[in-house]
Design a binder for this molecule. Structure first.
Ligand SMILES: Cc1ncc(COP(=O)(O)O)c(C=O)c1O
Length: 372
């Protein structure tokens, strides 16, 4: 029987926590503390505990979090910032906003994350920092990246937009976001923990960066009409914070469910010449924001699955170095071959905590039918 399965299903999640969410929203309305209300502070405190960082600042989006981080790090005109080409445009966009130059690096063929071996090759006198992205929920190799950063005196800004709760084995297991100098999270609705609109978070252990970020996100404001620096209107809405506080209690459980779903896909799909499954490494614990497989005839499979009622995604069809927006940087086809090839083959299958085993079986059956 034909099923209808979306890539993510936010309605299913809302149905399960409707009472708590509705109550949280109503409470903010009752208190009318819409801007920088007590729920913002509550959520920030809970989030620092979840990540294992000292400071957290709720902001208006993941993109704004990245931008404020670069402001706090004093990134300026002519600086160079190293980042993977295989990521969402926001990671690079904010570097350009600062007048700095994004220097794209190719990815590791297996983890889809920035390849540390290729980072050192592009470090110059102008390089100021590295932005590793923990793509699809899988941690980037922070051991190697931290060593390179230390050697060249670079800062590290973790883009954790897709990896809330993912862990990596350093000298001990650490949650991503607690390793770099400063880290950014997105709470875009479809993320592992998503707001009901735009929202983001910056976390850091560095008191100086924390002080700057605290000012920058709120018009450089110390008190109501005392502005110490020129800042931005990038606060997290209290209503979003209240929603996120409810959701944070479920995040660990939701991540466990995602890992289980990934395991079921692995099990039902199995090893096969027609596809490559996501790599599971011993040194990291992915939170499977996405479950991307690689297939040669991706677009045809995608069309076929659509006829079977299955929605899929492509993250990402064009690496950033080949996007029209970054043409001015002078990259060409073939500049970063690993991500260029992977972009042609990658396909995200439906994944969300409420996805049922019979739905996974149906998706896998349809994939197998396509190749039979
Ligand atoms: C890797 C990455 N970085 C940054 C962002 C930007 O986050 P936001 O959409 O909350 O601005 C996203 C969101 O899609 C992302 O996936």
């Amino acid at each position: 029987m034909k099923m209808k399965i979306s890539l993510v299903d936010l309605k299913a999640q809302y149905k399960n926590i409707k009472k708590e969410i509705d109550y949280a929203i109503q409470s903010v309305i009752d208190k009318t503390d819409f801007i920088m209300g007590e729920e913002v502070v509550n959520f920030e405190n809970s989030f620092t505990q979840f990540i294992g960082s000292k400071y957290a600042f709720g902001v208006s989006s993941g993109t704004d979090a990245l931008h404020l981080a670069l402001c706090a790090l004093n990134v300026t005109h002519d600086d160079e910032v190293i980042l993977p080409s295989f990521t969402f445009t926001a990671t690079a966009e904010v570097v350009v906003w600062r007048g700095a130059k994004p220097v794209f690096v190719d990815i590791d063929e297996k983890t889809y994350n920035i390849d540390p071996v290729k980072i050192e090759k592009v470090v110059t006198k102008k390089t100021k920092g590295i932005i590793p992205v923990h793509l699809f929920g899988q941690p980037a190799d922070m051991n190697a990246i931290s060593k390179i950063a230390m050697k060249h005196k670079l800062w590290v800004l973790e883009d954790c937009a897709q990896a809330h709760g993912a862990q990596i084995k350093m000298n001990q297991w650490k949650t991503v976001g607690s390793i770099g100098d400063i880290s950014c999270f997105s709470f875009y609705p479809g993320k592992n923990i998503g707001a009901y609109g735009d929202a983001g978070m910056l976390v850091t252990n560095d008191s100086q960066l924390a002080q700057k970020v605290g000012l920058l996100r709120n018009h450089g404001r110390k008190e109501k009409y005392t502005h110490l620096i020129v800042g931005y209107g990038n606060r997290l809405d209290t209503i979003q914070a209240a929603i996120l506080s409810v959701k944070l209690k479920y995040l660990k459980d939701w991540n466990i469910k995602r890992v289980k779903i990934a395991g079921l896909y692995d099990y039902y799909l199995g090893k096969n010449k027609n596809w490559i499954l996501p790599l599971v490494v011993t040194w990291a614990k992915s939170v499977f924001h996405l479950y991307p497989i690689r297939v040669k005839n991706r677009d045809k499979l995608r069309e076929f699955l659509k006829t079977k009622g299955i929605e899929t995604g492509v993250h990402y069809p064009i690496p950033l170095h080949l996007q029209p927006a970054y043409r001015f940087l002078g990259y060409k086809n073939g500049s970063l071959p690993v991500c260029e090839n992977i972009a042609k083959e990658i396909l995200s299958l439906p994944i969300y905590p409420e996805l049922q085993e019979n739905q996974i079986e149906y998706i896998v059956k349809c994939i197998k039918d396509f190749f039979s």
